[in-house]
Each structure stands twice: as structure tokens, then as C-alpha cells.
Design a protein around this ligand. Structure first.
Ligand SMILES: [Ca+2]
Ligand SMILES: [Ca+2]
Length: 240
């Protein structure tokens, strides 16, 4: 009679039980979900930073435009908005639209020699005070105060900035209210604060982002202070 003796250092191999496999799958899915969330938030952050940088470039381009364009009276002026999606300003005679109105459209990116879209592929909205975009009577020290305003919420009661000649904004991650890269109009905004930024009047809203819901807000609103504009034009020798 013989007997089988296993080696002392024998290794026992066996597969996962169903319970162990389930636990592994749960852990892997949790890790994958976490990675996806992290990746998504990183992309969102990068797009926001990228768009903020593009808006800074837009400011510089607008200040450069004003310093290099001479109205009939010898004074500088700002471009009109683009209203037919070709990137060139839409000017009728010496004013943007009717002489009594401030004009709004998309950024005249071609005239500024700058990118036309934010990081989400939507065009920048651009509004300019009529006294600062007149190519007959340009910007002077005694130009009437501009009438664009930025508030912390709608309706406008607490002001972030007033007497602004130019507002430029990105409609943010959701892109509601923007003109897209194809020239089409995106979905209408759902919150009052985002609607205020697409209703083509002198008031705009700027505050920190709020998540999707009744008060969703992700717009990036920027403007050029009249004092910065005057300072640059004086430094460039274009004023007084
Ligand atoms: Ca938005
Ligand atoms: Ca508005």
C-alpha cells in the first residue's frame, strides 16, 4: 500500500469565489467612477482657465484696436459687434446700429485678429456703448459716461461695476444663449441670471458659478473699466 505525500512547500491555487469577484468588481467600478469624476472636473477647470486667458487676450486686442483706429474727429474708437457671424464688425455709416442704441452681437474676432470662440466652441458675446464705438465722434475725455452695468444678480440692484463702455462674456460650460461655432443659436438659458446675460440690454450679471438647477450660472463675464481704457489711450498718446 502506497501513500502520496505532498511536498512541504506545495502551493495551493484556487480561483476567486463569486463573493470575492463581486467585491473586486465593486472596488474597480468605484475607482473608475472616481477617476472619471476627477478627469471631468479637471477638463472643466482647464476649459475655464483657457477661456479666462482668451478673454484677457480679447481685452488687450480691444485696447489695441482703440489705440490704432482714428475717428473723423481724430479720436480713437472701439469696434462694433459682429451681427452676421463673419467676424467683421457691422457698422452702418459711422455708428453700429441706430445712433441712439448701444450695440450687441458677437465679438468681431476677425477685425481683432483673435480667436473667435471660448473653450467650449461658442462665440463671445460683445456689447459696446454707442459713444465709444462712433467712428465720427470718437472717445474723448468729455465723452458721456457709458451706460453698461454689471450686477451681482438680476434684477440689477447691487452693482459690481457701472459706466462700463464694453462687456465681453463667455456663456460658459452650458453655453446657453450663445452663438455656436456653426453660427447657430444654442438653447435658451434657464435661470434668471443667465437670461440677463443674453437679453441684449445694458445690464449683465456676474457671480461665482452655481450648479445646475433653478439658479444655474456658469457665465464668465468681463468688462473694460473706462479708467483702464482712458489710461491706455493716454499712455498711447491718443488722448487727451
Ligand atoms: Ca452659461
Ligand atoms: Ca442683460
Amino acid at each position: 500500500m502506497s501513500s502520496t505525500t505532498l511536498p512541504v512547500n506545495a502551493t495551493f491555487c484556487r480561483g476567486f469565489s463569486l463573493v470575492e469577484l463581486a467585491i473586486v468588481l465593486v472596488v474597480v467600478s468605484l475607482l473608475a467612477g472616481g477617476l472619471m469624476t476627477t478627469l471631468s472636473s479637471q477638463i472643466g477647470l482647464r476649459n475655464t482657465q483657457d477661456t479666462r486667458q482668451r478673454l484677457k487676450d480679447v481685452h488687450e486686442a480691444l485696447l489695441g484696436y482703440a489705440a490704432t483706429h482714428i475717428a473723423a474727429d481724430g479720436h480713437p474708437y472701439l469696434p462694433c459687434p459682429d451681427t452676421d457671424n463673419d467676424g467683421a464688425e457691422n457698422r452702418s455709416g459711422t455708428t453700429c446700429t441706430t445712433p441712439a442704441a448701444n450695440a450687441e452681437g458677437t465679438l468681431p474676432w476677425r477685425d481683432l485678429g483673435i480667436g473667435r470662440e471660448d473653450a467650449w466652441g461658442n462665440r463671445f458675446r460683445y456689447r459696446v456703448d454707442r459713444h465709444f464705438s462712433d467712428s465720427s465722434t470718437g472717445i474723448a475725455i468729455n465723452t458721456p459716461a457709458a451706460s453698461l452695468r454689471v450686477c451681482d444678480q438680476t434684477p440689477c440692484a447691487t452693482f459690481v461695476a457701472t459706466q462700463i463702455p464694453v462687456v465681453i462674456l463667455s456663456h460658459g460650460t452650458n453655453g446657453f444663449g450663445a452663438i455656436n461655432s456653426g453660427g447657430g443659436v444654442n438653447l435658451v438659458a434657464t435661470s434668471a441670471d443667465e437670461l440677463e446675460n443674453s437679453n441684449s440690454n445694458d445690464d449683465f450679471v456676474s457671480h461665482t458659478p452655481t450648479p445646475a438647477g433653478a439658479n444655474e450660472f456658469d457665465d464668465l463675464v468681463t468688462w473694460i473699466s473706462p479708467n483702464i481704457l482712458y489710461s491706455r489711450l493716454i499712455a498711447a498718446g491718443r488722448l487727451p
